[in-house]
Design a protein around this ligand. Structure first.
Ligand code: BES
Ligand code: MN
Ligand code: ZN
Length: 497
């Protein structure tokens, strides 16, 4: 969808539909009050008849109000003014864009951006509007043979800004938000594809596609031979259990000063996780196509950086592999040697994410990174701990952890920090190798991070466990695009925006 800004006398806005808010107890928002004056109290009179009290979720479509140029006015109930916060706002964007998409207007002016004062800045409101609007209209149809076309879908949404002095900031927020929305959509599209289509080679092709005709993005793909030469015995041991060859995808985005240290994003790109010889139970195993969501989030974040021309250097590293139970697959008890030289006893072949990430993390040393952040659907235990609301965050640097937590609260794409104390490390002790790949019963999310911490000693590092946040199950099964919102905000803050 196209987004733009509109300002001026609200009564004179020429548009098929103008969206206006009403708070509980028939309290007109400032924009509604202004319009009410232009139509000599008609709005107030309609509201008094009782069709629109301003309760959250209500919508009322009005046609041809006297003195108002807009063809339609869509009145939207916002609930109690004092309780109107980000969550309410997002709910309202989602519901209203869905009905605008159905009501044949095709274009609309959105008059709700300036309603939030305490809890959201104008910039945040604009971002929230665009990101939530895109999310509410998103449909994955690449693998449907027939797509139901909506008659006259919403094509353009103009955000009404009353105060001209805010136009410049608003414009910046608008272009950033559209870029972020594009990134989130890419992440969802990659993630929602099934494992038979979205293979490591497919991901590699998508990376090349992203870099095509883009002087700011250099893409390199390492094949298994090249990985073997680098000594990535851990990563390759996982892909040995599958017929699809592993790929190491490297995307270098140079938007910052030449030579400025890059932020390195390492995303788990496990295109299907059957568990290997430690086979998973079959219930909901289809959802393990989403085990590449960390990688997909790296793609999406880089796409967003490109789209908004972000002034920063970012390198995406995506180790891509399947985890299947072939005759040549890892067996419990097998010992492999990682690129770092450390040996690993594989006690559970289903703890494969850390096995591919450790070599990708060691590989990242060569970029002399400012910081490294890995993003992974790493542990079921993280869903037990945090549910589907927050991503798990662990880090070897508290300042970096704080930056990520703040970026999360800024955007509503939140993370919650778990401790990475040394006390947990002994759970990884092995009788036969330098470490085991599992840490026993307790604190599965933390011991997974402890494992990774042994490969990140040379840089500042944070780990996001997105097992609970990357996709939804059930009737609305689908990728969420998280944590692209958090990561882009982190990068924007890093370049002072
Ligand atoms: N990809 C899974 C983690 C996962 C499971 C994410 C369910 C989302 C939903 C990961 O590779 C895995 O299997 N982890 C194991 C680790 C265990 C063997 C120590 C897990 O969480 O059960
Ligand atoms: Mn697994
Ligand atoms: Zn996995």
């Amino acid at each position: 969808m196209d987004y733009l800004l509109k300002t001026g006398d609200p009564a004179k806005l020429k548009t098929p539909c103008l969206v206006v808010g009403i708070f509980s107890k028939r309290q007109l928002s400032p924009l509604a009050q202004q319009l009410d004056k232009s139509c000599k109290g008609a709005l107030q009179r309609i509201v008094k008849r009782g069709d629109m009290d301003g309760e959250s979720g209500q919508q009322l479509l009005l046609y041809d109000l006297p003195g108002i140029e807009a063809e339609r006015i869509l009145l939207v109930g916002l609930g109690k003014q004092r309780e109107f916060n980000r969550k309410q706002y997002t709910k309202c964007v989602t519901a209203v864009t869905k009905s605008l998409n159905q009501n044949h207007a095709m274009e609309a002016i959105w008059g709700l951006c300036e309603l939030l004062s305490g809890d959201l800045t104008l910039q945040q409101a604009i971002r929230e509007t665009i990101v939530s609007a895109e999310a509410s209209l998103y449909k994955f149809s690449e693998t449907k043979s027939e797509v139901k076309k909506i008659q006259r879908p919403l094509k353009r949404l103009a955000l009404f800004i009353h105060d001209r002095r805010h136009l410049k900031t608003a414009q910046k927020a608008l272009s950033q938000a559209s870029a972020i929305a594009t990134g989130i959509t890419l992440t969802k599209n990659l993630a929602n594809l099934p494992g038979n289509l979205c293979t490591p080679s497919y991901l590699a092709d998508q990376a090349r596609k992203l870099g095509r005709d883009e002087s700011r993005l250099k893409v390199r793909i390492l094949d298994e031979k090249q990985m073997a030469k680098l000594g990535m015995g851990s990563l390759l041991s996982v892909s040995r259990g599958s017929r699809q060859p592993a790929k190491l995808i490297i995307m270098e985005y140079s938007g910052g000063r030449p030579g400025a240290k890059p932020v390195v994003l390492v995303g788990k790109g496990l295109t299907f996780d059957a568990g290997g010889i430690s086979l998973k139970p079959s219930a909901a195993m289809d959802e393990m196509k989403y085990d590449m969501c960390g990688g997909a989030a790296v793609f999406g974040t880089i796409k967003a950086a490109l789209a908004m021309d972000m002034p920063i250097n970012v390198i995406g590293v995506v180790p891509a592999s399947e985890n299947l139970p072939d005759g040549d697959a890892n067996k419990p008890g097998d010992i492999v040697t990682s690129m770092s030289g450390q040996t690993i006893e594989i006690l559970n072949t289903d703890a494969e994410g850390r096995l591919i990430l450790c070599d990708a993390l060691t590989y990242s040393e060569r970029f002399k990174p400012a910081v490294v952040i890995d993003i992974a659907t790493l542990t079921g235990a993280c869903i037990v701990a945090l549910g589907n609301q927050a991503s798990g965050l662990m880090a070897n640097d508290d300042a970096l952890a704080k930056e990520l937590l703040d970026a999360g609260s800024d955007t509503g794409d939140r993370a919650w920090q778990l401790p990475l104390w040394d006390d947990y490390q002994e759970q990884l002790d092995s009788n036969f190798a330098d470490m085991a790949n599992i840490g026993g019963k307790g604190a599965g999310t933390i011991t997974a991070a402890c494992f990774l911490s042994r490969y990140t000693k040379k840089f500042k590092w944070a780990h996001l466990d997105i097992a609970g946040t990357a996709w939804r199950s059930g009737a609305h099964k689908g990728a969420t695009g998280r944590p692209v919102g958090l990561l882009t905000q982190f990068l924007l803050r890093r370049c002072g925006q």
